[in-house]
Design a protein around this ligand. Structure first.
Ligand code: NAP
Length: 297
């Protein structure tokens, strides 16, 4: 029987994955902060000018009823509070899948909920909110899911590979997450501080130099942490992402421009914590970390 997923974080990514799971035959219930007096809501997904309406079950986080499969799609800084809000509905059989940018969250969740079975993932799908429960699916991408030490896909994974056009089980999910973190550290804070699009990091020589300095530090930290292939290929990987997303405004830049909190604590903040553990100085990353914090509301 298909798993019943509860999706915590009914924003761009949460609505995208909840509707994809629903279309593949799962029940996917959106968890809202407040009761809305209805058992389902219509979620609108816009893509290439066409709008699809998906009637989606909803429940308030404070409701009762056990959750067997929980997909978490809040911003990184909201994860602990949001999972805390449904703690009374979790038990030792609950599977929790994190689909959130940044690292360090599994450690936080294990502290709070030592018995939870936690999976991790990363996606290059792109979506943004037009209005509450109305999103635009801006670009398709690849979703990697895994759990450190687990080479074989989880039993529920089959459903995911049917739901998303491109979704793989990654036996080395930690390496995939670290590579994403490393690339994010080299691009996102710099674009946020300079208010520029990704492509400007290659076009403007002073910014290209700064990318190189950041990559040197991130590569040294990656080596110390055992991520040798990230260390070896980082500069090329960053160059490729900058070229492939030249016209994009990074999510961190968008957060700064919209006067929202950023996910810097879980991106550069996590990198700096690893650097400290290994006694590595990372002055360029540290300075960017502080400058981004100064831009936050
Ligand atoms: N959007 C993308 O294209 C994309 C791509 C790859 C990765 N990601 C990552 O995916 C994660 C989610 O991003 P997003 O763009 O979907 O963010 P988003 O649109 O801001 O959605 C986050 C949702 O979480 C909800 N939330 C926060 N705390 C909650 C709580 N305690 N209880 C219930 N709901 C709560 C928010 O509700 P409120 O609005 O009421 O605060 C919001 O609806 C981020 O880590 C992001 O970096 C996003």
């Amino acid at each position: 029987m298909a798993a019943h997923w509860h999706v915590l974080g009914a924003g761009a990514i949460g609505c995208l994955f909840a509707t994809a799971l629903a279309r593949s035959g799962c029940t996917a219930t959106l968890l809202l902060r407040e009761r809305c007096g209805k058992s389902s809501r219509s979620v609108l997904v816009q893509r290439d000018g066409a709008i699809t309406e998906v009637h989606t079950p909803v429940s308030a986080t404070g409701d009762s009823g056990p959750i067997t499969h929980l997909l978490v799609t809040t911003k990184a800084y909201d994860v602990r509070g949001a999972v805390g809000a449904v703690a009374h509905r979790l038990n030792s059989d609950t599977r929790l899948l994190l689909l959130v940018n940044g690292m360090g969250l599994i450690e936080e969740l294990h502290n709070d909920f030592p018995n939870l079975d936690i999976y991790n993932s990363t996606t290059t799908e792109g979506a943004y909110r037009i209005a509450p429960l109305h999103i635009c699916h801006a670009g398709t991408g690849l979703t990697r899911i895994g759990k450190p030490g687990q080479t074989r896909p989880a039993l529920w994974f089959d459903q995911w590979s049917r739901a998303m056009s491109s979704c793989v089980w990654d036996a080395n999910i930690d390496s995939a997450l670290w590579l994403k973190l490393a690339i994010n550290c080299a691009i996102n804070p710099l674009t946020a501080v300079h208010g520029c699009r990704n492509g400007d990091l290659a076009r403007r020589p002073e910014l290209a130099m700064e990318v190189c300095r950041l990559c040197d530090e991130i590569a040294a930290i990656s080596r110390a942490a055992g991520y040798m292939s990230t260390a070896a290929g980082l500069e090329q990987a960053v160059t490729d992402v900058i070229a492939g997303t030249a016209n994009n405004r990074s999510s961190m830049l968008q957060d700064v421009q919209n006067r929202h909190r950023t996910e810097i604590d879980y991106i550069t903040g996590y990198l700096l914590a690893v650097a400290r553990r290994h006694g590595i100085e990372a002055p360029h990353n540290k300075s960017l970390f502080e400058r981004v914090h100064k831009l936050e509301p």
